[in-house]
Each structure stands twice: as C-alpha cells, then as structure tokens.
Design a protein around this ligand. Structure first.
Ligand code: 6PG
Length: 259
C-alpha cells in the first residue's frame, strides 16, 4: 500500500491510497467506511451515508455484509441515501438501490424506514422532487438535506462521478440538493437522478473507490491536472469541512507519480 497527500493542485489535500488488487482496495474501503461510520455512531443518534452504484463497489458491499462488519457496524443507526440512481425500477439489474439491496442491505440489520432510495420507477423530474423531499425530512440545521457522515463515490473513465457528467453544469446544481439528468455513458440507463455538489461538499467524509486501467488518465487529470471541473466533474467534489480519500487499485493509479 502506498499513501501520500496530494500537493497543491485542483484537489487540495486528498489522501490517496493505492492497493495491489481490487480485493485489497475493497478491504481497505471496508475498514475506512467502518471507521467513519462507527466514529459518527459514537457521537450521534443517527448516521447518514450515501452509496454509489456501478461495478466497483460490489466487492465492498459483499465484504460489509460479512463478519466482522456485519456485527461491528451500527446498521440500525444508519440512514442510507444514494449519490445517484438510474431511472429504472428497483428490481431492474441496472438499479443502484437494487444492487446495494442484493449485495448488502438485505444481509445486515438495517431499518427499512431508514432506506431513502431514489424512486427510479418514477418519471425523472418526479423522482428528483421525491428525493429532495426525502432529503429534507432528515435535514441538518438550516440545510435542506442531511450532512452526510460518509459518501462512497466512484468515477467513470470520463471523470464523471455520481451522475455529474463532463460538459454538463446544470444551473440547479448550485441551488438544489438533487437533480434529474440525462447522460450517455457505457450504454447504461440515460435518465438519472443525482445528488449535487451542494450535498457532497457539506459531507464529513468522501471515499472515492476507483479501479481499472481505463480510469488511470482521468485519475491523474482529476488529482494532478489543472482545475477543470466542467470537464472533470470529480473535481467538483471538495468538501468544505470534510476530507476526501481516494482508494485506487494499481491499474487505476498507473499514471500517479508517487513522490
Ligand atoms: C452510476 C454510478 C457512477 C459510477 C461510475 C463508475 O450510477 O453509474 O454511480 O457514477 O460510480 O460510473 O462506475 P464503475 O464502478 O462501474 O466503473
């Protein structure tokens, strides 16, 4: 494992951890997730987290559903949200909620009333509005959404994260906690609902979990490249009072120069 802090660039001071394999990086992510959730659980009545979809978190979800995490994580305190969702029904193979339910939530003692999924079966704008209403129900202080204790994010080969895609900056991104977007990526469902940087940048901990050689160029551009958040949406994730940890496998870190 290689650990280093990024020198001054587009993303200030993210912690970058590189692992030899997807299983090693998933284990490290499980440890960090557990640490951050337990830290919040010791201080708070409820813990608020957001999960991501895509293929990369699958191994992590499976690990979290097993010992020791199955017993040691305060599952009944956790409120679950999604960084984004594809506008498909929950039983659809492309549903981020469906993926998380199958590989994790159905296997640990969560309270179903604490699962705040995007209703992907609705029309996109209606799904976004419904999600905004759910976020407001657990809002923190003057915000209209909860401060998230831990956010799990992935990144596409094009530098997108959640469903914030290159070349798209929806004006509502700076005023609304969740928006409906349409994007063409890897043949996946185009209509999506995504949390916006407003929510991500009020979070306490962000974990980027990124694997695969096809992501190496975007990883190096996002972390080392000049600031270009329009074309590299992962650069829009800069929590004001929170930290960012990048957990990479070796292929995704292929263009990372370790000082
Ligand atoms: C989604 C995700 C998306 C994902 C990236 C990476 O709904 O598709 O939330 O942002 O994290 O596309 O996906 P992979 O992990 O499959 O490469």
């Amino acid at each position: 494992m290689i650990i280093f802090r990024k020198r001054k660039a587009a993303m200030d001071k993210p912690l970058v951890k590189i692992f030899p394999s997807t299983s090693a990086m998933s284990l490290a992510a499980a440890e960090l997730f557990s640490e951050q959730v337990n830290e919040a659980g010791r201080k708070q009545h409820s813990v608020h987290i957001a999960l991501s979809g895509g293929s990369t978190p699958t191994t992590l979800f499976q690990l979290l559903a097993q010992s020791p995490y199955q017993e040691t994580i305060p599952w009944q305190k956790i409120h679950f949200y999604w960084a984004d969702e594809r506008c498909v029904p929950p039983e659809d193979a492309e549903s981020n909620y469906g993926q998380a339910w199958q590989s994790l939530l159905a296997r640990v003692p969560v309270l179903t009333q604490n699962i705040h999924r995007v209703k992907g079966e609705l029309e996109p704008r209606a799904a976004a509005q419904d999600y905004i209403n759910q976020l407001r129900q657990n809002a923190t202080g003057a915000l209209s959404w909860p401060v998230l204790d831990c956010v799990l994010l992935g990144m596409g080969a094009d530098g997108h994260t959640a469903s914030l895609f290159p070349g798209q900056v929806n004006s509502a991104e700076t005023t609304s906690p969740a928006i409906a977007v349409t994007a063409d990526y890897a043949g996946r469902p185009a209509n999506r609902v995504t949390l916006t940087p407003l929510v991500f940048n009020s979070a306490r901990h962000i974990i980027f979990l990124v694997s695969g050689e096809n992501k190496a160029k975007a990883v190096s551009e996002v972390l080392f490249g000049p600031s270009d958040p329009l074309h590299l949406p992962a650069q829009r994730i800069r929590p004001v009072n929170g930290d960012v940890t990048w957990i990479l496998d070796q292929p995704a870190a292929a263009m990372v120069q370790v000082k």
